[in-house]
Design a binder for this molecule. Structure first.
Ligand code: AKG
Ligand code: FE2
Length: 359
C-alpha cells in the first residue's frame, strides 16, 4: 500500500492527529436513561421523582463539562440499529456506478457523496444522507435553480433490498429518542419540558451514513476534520472507535470508547445559542486508520429551516445575563454549511461566533 494521499486530504500540521489518541482514564460521561424508559418525562423539573432528578443532574453536568455523553437503555430497539447498519454496509459495498445513481448534486443536497470537505480540507470518507421528514408539498418556488436548498427530497437506491424500510424504521425510533433528550435538556435549563419542541415542527433533521475506508496515511488525513455540529443535537451510532472529542478542560483530543448498543450524544451549536452559552457545542473529529474500515450513523436533530435561532428569552436578563448572540436563520446557516462541504471554497465556513454580539 502506498504511503501518499492526494494533497486535498492533507491536514495542516497543527490539525493532524497524533499517532495514538490517548485513552482517557475518565472519558465522556455514560448516562443510563432507564428512569425515562417506561415512565413519562415530567412537565417541569421541580416535580420530578428522585431517579429523574438524578438523571437531570447527570445530563446537566455532561452538557456543562463535555457537551458530549453516551447513553444506554435509550429505548431504540437494537434490531433497528442492526438493520440500518447492515443497510449502510450493503450500500457502500455496491459498485461506484451504482452508488452514483443516487449522487448528491447542485440542486438536491441529499444522497450519496464522496468528496466532502470540512473547513476546506477533503474528508477521507463517503456518505449517504436522507431527511427524517420530507416536506409534504414542494414549496411553489422550488423549481430547479430557484433555490438549491428547498427540495429536500430523499433519494432511495434500488439496492440493497429493504434499504428504505430499514432507514425509515430507524429514523422513527431515533426521532423519539431525540425528543426525549430535547425535553431533558429543556428541564436542565429550568424550562418546561416541551419548551423547545415547537421549533421541530417541520424539522430539517437528517441521518447520515458515514463510511471511512482504511487510509494509507492516517497521520496526515482525517475521516472528518475538526468541527462543531451546527444543529441542535446529534445522536451517533458507531461500529468501531475513531471519534475524538476535544476535552474542554485542557483542549486534549480524547477517543470515545465504543460501547455496544449505546449512542453518543452531543450538544450542537443551536443548543449553545439557545442556552446563551451555558452549554458548549464541543469540537470533534474522526481519525482513520490504515487497517480497518469504520461505519457511523449520526442523526442530526435540526429545527425547521425557517426557525430564527437566538438565546431563549427566559434565560436572558438585560442587566445580569444579556443575550450573547444576534438571531440568525437556521435555513441560511444550514445552506451555507452544506455548500461549503460540497465545494472547496476560499473562505471560512459559517460559525455561530459570526453572530456573537459585540460586548
Ligand atoms: O463518524 C463519527 O463518529 C462522527 C461524524 C461527525 O462528527 C459528523 O458527521 O458530523
Ligand atoms: Fe460532527
Amino acid at each position: 500500500m502506498g504511503s501518499l494521499v492526494d494533497p486535498a486530504f492533507v491536514q495542516a500540521p497543527e490539525h493532524r492527529p497524533k499517532p495514538t489518541a490517548p485513552e482517557a482514564a475518565v472519558g465522556i460521561p455514560l448516562i443510563d436513561l432507564s428512569p425515562i424508559l417506561h415512565s413519562p418525562i415530567p412537565a417541569a423539573g421541580g416535580a420530578a421523582p428522585p431517579a429523574i432528578s438524578r438523571l437531570l443532574a447527570e445530563v446537566e453536568a455532561a452538557c456543562l463539562e463535555w457537551g458530549f455523553f453516551q447513553v444506554i437503555n435509550h429505548g431504540v430497539p437494537s434490531e433497528l440499529l442492526d438493520n440500518i447498519m447492515a443497510a449502510s454496509k450493503g450500500f457502500f459495498a455496491l459498485p461506484a456506478e451504482e452508488k452514483r445513481q443516487v449522487r448528491r448534486d447542485d440542486v438536491n443536497p441529499l444522497g450519496y457523496y464522496d468528496v466532502e470537505h470540512t473547513k476546506n480540507v477533503r474528508d477521507w470518507k463517503e456518505v449517504f444522507d436522507f431527511v427524517v421528514e420530507e416536506p409534504a408539498v414542494l414549496p411553489a418556488s422550488a423549481e430547479p435553480g430557484a433555490d438549491e436548498f428547498l427540495p429536500l427530497r430523499n433519494r432511495w437506491p434500488e439496492y440493497p433490498p429493504g434499504f428504505r424500510e430499514a432507514c425509515e424504521k430507524y429514523a422513527k425510533a431515533a426521532n423519539e429518542l431525540a425528543f426525549k433528550l430535547l425535553e431533558l435538556i429543556a428541564l436542565t435549563l429550568g424550562l418546561p419540558a416541551n419548551r423547545l419542541n415547537g421549533f421541530f415542527k417541520d424539522q430539517s433533521s437528517f441521518i447520515r451514513f458515514n463510511h471511512y475506508p482504511p487510509c494509507p496515511s492516517p497521520h496526515l488525513a482525517l475521516g472528518v476534520g475538526r468541527h462543531k455540529d451546527g444543529g441542535a443535537l446529534t445522536i451517533l451510532a458507531q461500529d468501531v472507535g475513531g471519534l475524538d472529542v476535544k476535552r474542554q478542560s485542557d483542549g486534549e483530543w480524547i477517543r470515545v470508547k465504543p460501547i455496544p448498543n449505546s449512542y453518543i450524544i452531543n450538544v450542537g451549536d443551536i443548543i449553545q445559542v439557545w442556552s446563551n452559552d451555558k452549554y458548549q457545542s464541543a469540537e470533534h473529529r474522526v481519525s482513520v486508520n490504515s487497517v480497518g474500515e469504520r461505519f457511523s450513523i449520526p442523526f442530526f436533530f435540526n429545527p425547521a429551516l425557517y426557525v430564527m435561532v437566538q438565546p431563549l428569552e427566559e434565560l436572558i436578563d438585560e442587566e445580569k445575563r444579556p443575550a450573547k448572540y444576534n438571531a440568525y436563520n437556521w435555513g441560511e446557516f444550514f445552506k451555507s454549511r452544506k455548500n461549503s462541504n460540497f465545494k472547496k471554497l476560499e473562505m471560512e465556513n459559517t460559525q455561530i461566533y459570526h453572530f456573537k454580539k459585540a460586548v
